[in-house]
Design a protein around this ligand. Structure first.
Ligand code: DAH
Length: 339
């Protein structure tokens, strides 16, 4: 008799009903009037007097345990069915991979954010431009050798229509329409007739900044350059300016920062100089202001322009420019950003 009770005890402990229907079947099989446990109570009458105490205790233990287990399973099945959602058949059967931002977008957005924080607003202009906005207004006279600095795509039948070679054209577009104060940041794509290699491409991206107002000085330019460099490359970054030439600025300079890979000690990336060039800049040439209808005796300004690929290369050490336009997902998915 004790063995029989133990066998049922083991069965009760192993109950695993999938749903309330299966649970009800178990209840009937074990706990109903005609169930296994009632049958044992019937058999109890036949048990000898010496064994009655031990068997009786074991039987009661079985009955209580079976009842407890039934209640426990019942409530857990109830909560499961409350939380189980209806299946959504419109969902994809496979996980949907999330995209990442293009590295050039990440860096462009970061540059724009840094300038927006000091009051610059975004201005945009067309990529298909005319000679006036890309060259003439910016103090590149016809036949001037400075035009050769930028290999231009022309349209054969319309030599006046060109693909812009730099975003400086947006300076003119804005100054023609608005009077100072002007404080703009101009991100955009530019085109140059260059053979494609790891270090040159026929299209790339620039960000131009322009600030024109009464009393804008070289000190304002310097301060802005220092602020930008530290925000972009970290507070340890040092800057230096080298004199340069651009037709639309006077004086003109190129900005170097301490190499962000070796920290200025010298490495293969900075060719052991400790410095890397990041942008061109200068005080807006008075001729440019006058060309756009702004009185150069009242107003002055500074401008700067940088290549987004160049800054991205410095931040992420992408050696081959072509990677940016090949759309290789293995490369692109390495870049994560909050913007
Ligand atoms: N437009 C120049 C280029 O494409 C870059 C540049 C240099 C822009 C100096 C500027 C500047 O605004 O002041 O090479």
């Amino acid at each position: 008799m004790l063995d029989k009770i133990q066998k049922i005890l083991d069965e009760v402990a192993a109950w695993q009903p999938k749903d309330s229907k299966e649970l009800e079947e178990l209840r009937i099989k074990y706990l109903s009037k005609k169930g296994a446990i009632s049958a044992l109570f019937n058999d109890f009458r036949e048990v000898s007097n010496e064994q009655k105490k031990a068997v009786g205790m074991k039987l009661n233990e079985l009955k209580n345990l079976a009842q407890d287990r039934l209640n426990e399973l019942k409530s857990s099945l109830e909560t499961q069915s409350e939380t189980r959602e209806e299946p959504d058949f419109s969902r994809s059967a496979y996980p949907v991979p999330l995209g990442t931002r293009h590295p050039l977008s990440i860096v462009r957005n970061e540059i724009v954010r840094i300038f927006q924080n000091i009051g610059f607003t975004i201005a945009e202009g067309p990529e298909i431009e005319d000679d006036w906005h890309v060259f003439s207004s910016l103090n590149f006279p016809p036949e001037h050798p400075a035009r050769d600095m930028q290999d231009t795509f022309f349209i054969e039948q319309h030599p006046d229509i060109i693909l812009r070679t730099h975003t400086s054209s947006v300076q003119t577009r804005v100054m023609e329409k608005a009077q100072p104060p002007i404080r703009i940041i101009c991100p955009g794509r530019v085109y140059r007739n260059e053979a494609i290699s790891y270090r040159a491409h026929c299209f790339f991206h620039q960000v131009e900044a322009l600030y024109v107002d009464k009393g804008v000085s070289y000190a304002d330019l310097l301060q802005t350059l220092e602020y930008f460099s530290k925000e972009m490359f970290g507070s340890q970054t040092k800057i230096r300016l080298r004199p340069s030439y651009f037709p639309f600025t006077e004086p003109s300079a190129e900005l170097d920062i301490t190499c962000n890979i070796c920290g200025g000690k010298g490495c293969a990336f900075c060719k052991n100089t400790g410095w890397v060039e990041i942008l061109g800049c200068g005080m807006v040439d008075p001729n440019v202001l006058e060309n756009c209808g702004i009185d150069s005796k009242v107003y002055s300004g500074f401008a700067l322009g940088m290549g987004v690929e160049r800054i991205t290369n410095l931040k992420y050490q992408v050696k081959d420019l072509r990677m940016f336009s090949e759309n290789d997902v293995r490369f692109l998915s390495e870049f994560q950003s909050a913007y």
